[in-house]
Design a protein around this ligand. Sequence first.
Ligand code: AMP
Ligand code: MG
Length: 328
Amino acid sequence: MTRILRASGADSPVLREAAAILSSGGLVAFPTETVYGLGADGLNADAVAKIYAAKGRPATNPVILHVEGIASAKVLVSHWPEVAQRLAERFWPGPLTLVLPASALVPAIVRAQGPSVALRCPSHRLALALIRAVGRPLAAPSANRSQHLSPTRPEHVASSLGEVVDLILDGGPTEAGLESTILDLSRERPRILRPGPIAPADIEAIIGPVEIWEGAVRAGEAQAAPGMAERHYAPRARLELVEPGTGCLVSEGRRAYVAFGALPLLPEGVRGISLPLDAEAVGTRLYALLHDLDDEGFDRILVEQPPDGEAWMAVRDRLRRASAKGSA
Ligand code: AMP
Ligand code: MG
C-alpha cells in the first residue's frame, strides 16, 4: 500500500521527504485547490515520462507546469506578454492556467512536442510549499488514470494509482473540485481551452474579450487543442445527460438520478440526489459524488442538464465529457 501522509507545514519531515522523492525523479501525489495532482520534477524528462506511464496518458496530451510565482514562470517562456502579467497578478496563486510559447528549458515531453507550455501557480499551501522545497516547476496532471474521474480526496488517488505513486500527501478534500481554467495566450486572440473555476467574465474584466473554444461548450467538435479529448473525466458507471424533469426512464441496473434543485418523482429503487442551484458548490462536490456512486456499484447515473449561463460552463463541460462515448 502507498503511504498517505499528512504534512503539517512547510518544514515538516513529511514535506521534506516528498521534496526529496521529487528531486530524485520520483512521483508524489499532492493536493491543489482544484484536484489532487500527480507530481514530478517538470524539468526532468525521465521523471515526467513516469507520469505518462502511471496514468496511461497519451503522449499527445501535454502536462501543466506548476510554479511558485511569476518570476519562475517567466524563465519557462520565450515571451511573457503584458496580458500574462496582468492575469497572473490578479489570479495567481489560483486556478488559472496560461498557455504561452515555451523556452528552451521546457522538455519536449512536457509540451507533447509542441511549441507552447501551460503554466499555473496553485494556491494550496501544501502545493506551494512543495514547489518551493523542490526549487523547480512541478508537472502535475490530475492523479488518476487517463480519462477517469479526477481525485478530490487522497483516497481517490490511492484507489486509482496506489501502486505506482511513491507518496500521497494528504490535504483533505480539495476546495474548487474542478480542474483549472486554461487560457491560451500563445495566439493573437486569447482563447479559453478548458472552462474552470475562473469564469470568462472574470478574465475579460482584466484583458478584454476572449474567445471560447467551441469544443468546450458544444459536443462533437474535433480536438482543437492538445489533450482536449471528447471523452474524459468519466466514472465507471454509464453517465447520461437528460432534460430537467425527465425522471428515470431507465429500468435496468442500479440507478442514480441527479437533479439541480428539486427532484422529479422517481421509481422505487432509484437513488435520487438533489444538487444545489449553485455552480461553485456543485463544482466542489461533483467528482466526489461520482466517485462515491462508483464505489457503491451503481451502473447508470442519469444527470439532468445543468442550468444555462457562464457560471455553469465548467460543470456542463465536465458532465458532457463524462457522458461522451468512445475514447480519446
Ligand atoms: P490536466 O490533465 O488536468 O493536468 O490538464 C492538462 C491539460 O492542459 C491538457 O489536457 C491540455 O488540454 C492542457 N495543456 C497542457 N499543456 C498545453 C499546451 N502546451 N497547449 C495547450 N494545452 C495544454
Ligand atoms: Mg486530468
